[in-house]
Design a protein around this ligand. Structure first.
Ligand SMILES: [Zn+2]
Length: 375
């Protein structure tokens, strides 16, 4: 989701990374502060002062975003969830959780931690700005902290909108999940609210762009499209999780898969298997033991005239851990494994005994069928 990222530093055991698009946000914040906000708020200062204020203000925004995401991450970790670090990107920051909250209560606590942290910064910076205004120190110091206080209030309020993927959307989902006892239906509501919110942002963006001609409109359009996409994906992800989590993979596998012998000639393999049952890969068995797999497309490595002499042993590959599953493995974990390894097929085996085969297409068909039947 975040493309190319650079690791910045590690704090409390959490790696902070920046996606390259973050640079654009940093420049935008710096530029609007140094040439817009501070010159308008405090006229008559020297240009280098505006630039310095712009830079420090930008670093303050950066700090505020991280503070918010660290609040989510540290609460999540304290509740036993796995966190894969924090990534800064074009639209702010995101704490990357590798697992979903196990209960509505934990979801609520993790979600509310971010806006509460931002509210705390709003109060802290506001207090500091007020105190500095009473001292003989330059006025711009008070203005700087006043700005950061305001940014944190906006962060807290914006994030509390009750739609996915915003924090408020997670709070809403936790509440509905608790009330209805149904995670999927709670997610659907939060996802629809989020998509509506995203659409509203897009419309506001177009309106700003067309009526005022301000380029800032483009920004809202982009954020809106991003929100719609993430809100949709959240529902899809949850639908997968609800369908597959806690169910052993043997429930979804095709039993007694066709296997081949390593001594089979390539020509026989092509005629009797590849052209007949159209599987993309086959387990290779020797003396009732699973010794590897052969992919149909690897036949192309061998020249056609040699197909009547060469055997499958030439093109078979040993099985890696991510191509194998145990029949009692959780279906959700097997699906994760397939997505991680970009493989469309997993062999289900107990030791070296092949029990079945699962393809990504089978799992998705099952999901589609289940939805049709429930609709
Ligand atoms: Zn948040």
């Amino acid at each position: 989701m975040f493309g190319h990222r650079i690791a910045l530093f590690t704090l409390f055991g959490l790696e902070v990374r920046a996606n390259t698009s973050w640079v654009l946000l940093a420049v935008l914040v710096f530029w609007s502060l140094a040439t817009g906000f501070f010159p308008a708020r405090l006229p008559g200062l020297a240009v280098p002062v505006y630039w310095t204020l712009g830079l420090v203000g930008m670093l303050g925004v950066f700090f505020s975003l991280l503070f918010h995401e660290f609040a989510h991450s540290l609460v999540a970790r304290a509740k036993g969830m796995e966190i894969n670090g924090i990534t800064l990107f074009l639209f702010g920051g995101a704490a990357e959780m590798t697992s979903e909250p196990p209960t509505p209560r934990i979801e609520f606590e993790v979600a509310i931690a971010g806006p509460l942290a931002s509210l705390a910064l709003f109060l802290g910076f506001g207090l500091l700005a007020g105190l500095l205004a009473q001292t003989p120190l330059p006025e711009y110091l008070s203005a700087l902290f006043g700005y950061l206080s305001l940014i944190n209030l906006i962060l807290a309020i914006f994030n509390m909108f009750p739609g996915f993927p915003l924090d408020g959307g997670r709070v809403l989902r936790a509440w509905l999940w608790h009330r209805r006892g149904d995670l999927l239906s709670a997610t659907l509501t939060a996802s629809r609210m989020g998509q509506g919110f995203g659409l509203t942002l897009v419309l506001i963006g177009f309106w700003t762009l067309l009526s005022v001609g301000a380029l800032g409109g483009l920004w809202w359009i982009l954020i809106g499209i991003f929100v719609i996409g993430v809100a949709r994906a959240a529902y899809e992800q949850t639908a997968l999780r609800v369908t597959f989590e806690g169910t052993p993979i043997r429930r979804f596998m095709a039993e007694h898969p066709v296997s081949v012998s390593p001594d089979m000639l390539l020509s026989t393999f092509i005629e009797d298997h590849a052209f007949r049952d159209h599987f993309s890969a086959y387990p290779v068995m020797e003396n009732d033991r699973l010794i590897g797999r052969v992919r149909t497309r690897d036949v192309k490595q061998i020249a056609r005239e040699d197909w009547t002499q060469q055997t499958l042993r030439r093109i078979m590959t040993p099985l890696e851990d991510d191509q194998l599953a145990h029949p009692e493995d959780d279906a959700q974990q097997v699906l994760d494994k397939m997505q991680r390894s970009h493989s469309g097929q997993i062999i289900v085996a107990d030791g070296d005994r092949v029990i079945g085969i699962v393809t990504l297409a089978d799992l998705l068909n099952h999901l589609a069928l289940k939805r049709d039947l429930e609709a």
